[in-house]
Design a protein around this ligand. Structure first.
Ligand SMILES: O=c1[nH]c(=O)c2[nH]c(=O)[nH]c2[nH]1
Length: 295
C-alpha cells in the first residue's frame, strides 16, 4: 500500500508547574499548564526504526521546568511561551524548525484581607460553590446543613510536614517549607437558625480562610493539613454560635519540588499535580468529648 507521511509533529501535553518568586517576605506565584509541539526533521522516526536526533517529549517536559527557572522575576504566559518556544528552536537548530507552545494560567489571585494583601496567600478566583442541604419531616423538624465546595486556597510558605513515620516504604523526606494547597469542601450544621444565613455563610468562610492563611503579614505555620483543618473547624465554631459541627474535607493538592536539569531547587519551581493526592477530612464539633486520640 503506498502512503505518504503528509505531516508530523510531537510534543508534551499537560505539563503542570508552579513557580514562586520571593521578594523578601512577599511571594509571587503562578501555576501554568503547558503544552508543547515541535515541527522537526523527524520523518525518519515515523518511517524507520530510528529515533536519531529526536527531542524526546520527556526532554520537552524538562525544558518547561528549566525555562521556568530562568525567569528571575514574574512573567506573563505570553513571555513564558515565547521563551520556551525560542529555547526549543535555538537549542535544537539541527532538527527543530518550529516550536508551538500553549500556556494556560490558573486564576490564582493574591488574597485580599479587607484591603490588605497577603504576603504569601493565594485563592483561586471565583472557585467556590455555596451549598445547602435541607430536610423537613412530618413532625415539623427541619435540619439545615450549609456549606461550600471547591474553595481553592494555597500558600507558598508557612507550611511543612515532618516527624511522620519513616519506614521501608517511605520515600517522602521531611520538609520544613513547602507549598500547601487544597480545595476545601465544608459543611456545617446549625443547631438553630442564625439571624441571616448569608451573614453566617460569610462569617464561616472568613473564619476558615483566616485559620488557613493567618494574618496578611507573616501568616501562620501549618505543620500538616490535619492540624490546619482542625483549626479551621474550631475557628468556624468560634465565629458563629449557631453552628454545632463542621465537616471539612481537604485534598492535599501537591506541588512537588522540582530541580530542573542543571540547576538546584530553591523553593522556586514545582511540579503541580492533583493525582494521586492526599485526602484529609474530619468532623469538628462543640464540647469537650475525649477525642479519638491514642497518642
Ligand atoms: O499535611 C500533610 N498530611 C499528610 O497526611 C501527608 N501525607 C503526605 O504524603 N504529605 C502530607 N502532608
Amino acid at each position: 500500500m503506498s502512503a505518504t507521511l503528509a505531516s508530523h509533529q510531537h510534543g508534551k501535553s499537560h505539563v503542570r508547574l508552579g513557580r514562586v518568586w520571593r521578594t523578601g517576605d512577599v511571594h509571587h506565584f503562578v501555576e501554568l499548564r503547558v503544552h508543547t509541539m515541535l515541527e522537526s526533521d523527524m520523518a525518519h522516526a515515523f518511517l524507520t526504526d530510528s529515533n536519531a536526533g529526536m527531542t524526546a517529549t520527556d526532554t520537552q517536559k524538562n525544558c518547561v521546568y528549566y525555562v521556568a527557572k530562568q525567569f528571575t522575576s514574574p512573567c506573563s504566559p505570553e513571555e513564558f511561551g515565547l521563551a520556551l518556544a525560542q529555547h526549543f528552536v535555538r537549542e535544537y537548530p539541527q532538527t527543530v524548525w518550529k516550536a508551538k507552545v500553549a500556556v494556560e494560567m490558573m486564576p490564582w489571585r493574591r488574597l485580599d484581607v479587607g484591603g490588605q494583601l497577603h504576603d504569601h496567600g493565594f485563592m483561586m478566583q471565583g472557585s467556590e460553590i455555596r451549598t445547602a442541604y435541607v430536610t423537613f419531616d412530618s413532625k415539623g423538624k427541619a435540619e439545615i446543613t450549609a456549606g461550600l465546595k471547591d474553595l481553592k486556597v494555597l500558600k507558598t510558605t508557612q507550611s511543612g510536614y515532618s516527624g511522620f513515620l519513616h519506614d521501608k516504604y517511605t520515600t517522602l523526606p521531611d520538609v520544613g517549607d513547602r507549598i500547601v494547597a487544597t480545595s476545601v469542601t465544608a459543611t456545617w450544621r446549625y443547631s438553630q437558625p442564625p439571624a441571616s444565613y448569608d451573614a453566617a455563610y460569610g462569617a464561616v468562610k472568613a473564619a476558615l480562610c483566616s485559620a488557613f492563611y493567618g494574618p496578611p503579614k507573616g501568616g501562620v505555620f501549618s505543620p500538616s493539613v490535619q492540624f490546619t483543618l482542625y483549626r479551621m473547624g474550631q475557628a468556624a465554631l468560634a465565629r458563629v454560635p449557631q453552628v454545632e459541627s463542621v465537616f471539612l474535607n481537604m485534598p492535599n493538592l501537591h506541588f512537588i519540588p522540582c530541580a530542573p536539569v542543571t540547576s538546584s531547587f530553591d523553593n522556586d519551581v514545582y511540579l503541580a499535580t492533583s493525582e494521586p493526592h492526599g485526602n484529609i477530612e474530619a468532623v469538628v464539633t462543640r464540647g469537650t468529648a475525649a477525642p479519638h486520640c491514642r497518642l
